[in-house]
Design a protein around this ligand. Structure first.
Ligand SMILES: [Zn+2]
Length: 184
């Protein structure tokens, strides 16, 4: 699932860059990538709680979005923060649609940090078709946009992107399949 979150985070960055070509490409893509992956580092603490913020993440994303739109001269910085925070938040929301996090209980998907945990919706579950489909579609769309718009994204970014994607998908797919119950 973390590979799907990364794919969506990168896609968020690609969309931002497409609409605002002046934004810094590599910092933006890196931020989407890191923001998508970061929440699952709480696997080493209280997973789906310590770094998952489905409600306050939405508030933060809106605030960063307002700052981004309101101060065009600062967009080189604010876009990078927006992509990272947005990807971080979307990750938290996506996990609600997965199966329950068994480490927390079978009716618990993601801690909302207000009145407990959101229940699992279980529409897009880990390593099942929907999960893979979102990951592949997100990566493919990002890659096609980046390659076909090299005037915006440059010549080297597509190569860096595809190289990173291949490495990441291979590593996480292997990890997901061998550590399924831990990697939600
Ligand atoms: Zn997660």
């Amino acid at each position: 699932m973390v590979s799907t979150h990364v794919a969506v985070g990168v896609l968020i960055a690609v969309v931002l860059k497409t609409y605002f070509p002046e934004l810094p490409t590599l910092p933006l893509l890196t931020s989407g990538f890191v923001g998508g992956a970061l929440p699952d580092l709480d696997r080493y603490g209280t997973h789906r709680s310590d770094l998952h913020y489905p409600i306050s993440g939405a508030v933060a994303t809106v605030l960063f979005g307002i700052v981004f739109l309101a101060y065009p001269s600062e967009r080189a910085v604010s876009s990078v923060l927006l992509a990272g925070v947005g990807a971080f938040w979307v990750h938290s929301v996506m996990d609600i649609f997965d199966s329950p996090w068994r480490g927390a209980g079978k009716d618990k998907a993601v801690d909302n940090h207000f009145d407990g945990w959101f229940s699992p919706v279980q529409i897009v579950t880990f390593t099942q078709m929907g999960d893979w489909a979102i990951m592949i579609i997100s990566f493919v769309v990002s890659f096609v946009v980046v390659v076909t718009r090299s005037a915006i994204f440059g010549e080297y970014i597509p190569r860096i992107l595809i190289g990173t994607i291949i490495i990441f998908v291979v590593i996480t797919s292997w990890y997901d399949l061998t550590h399924e119950k831990y990697n939600r």
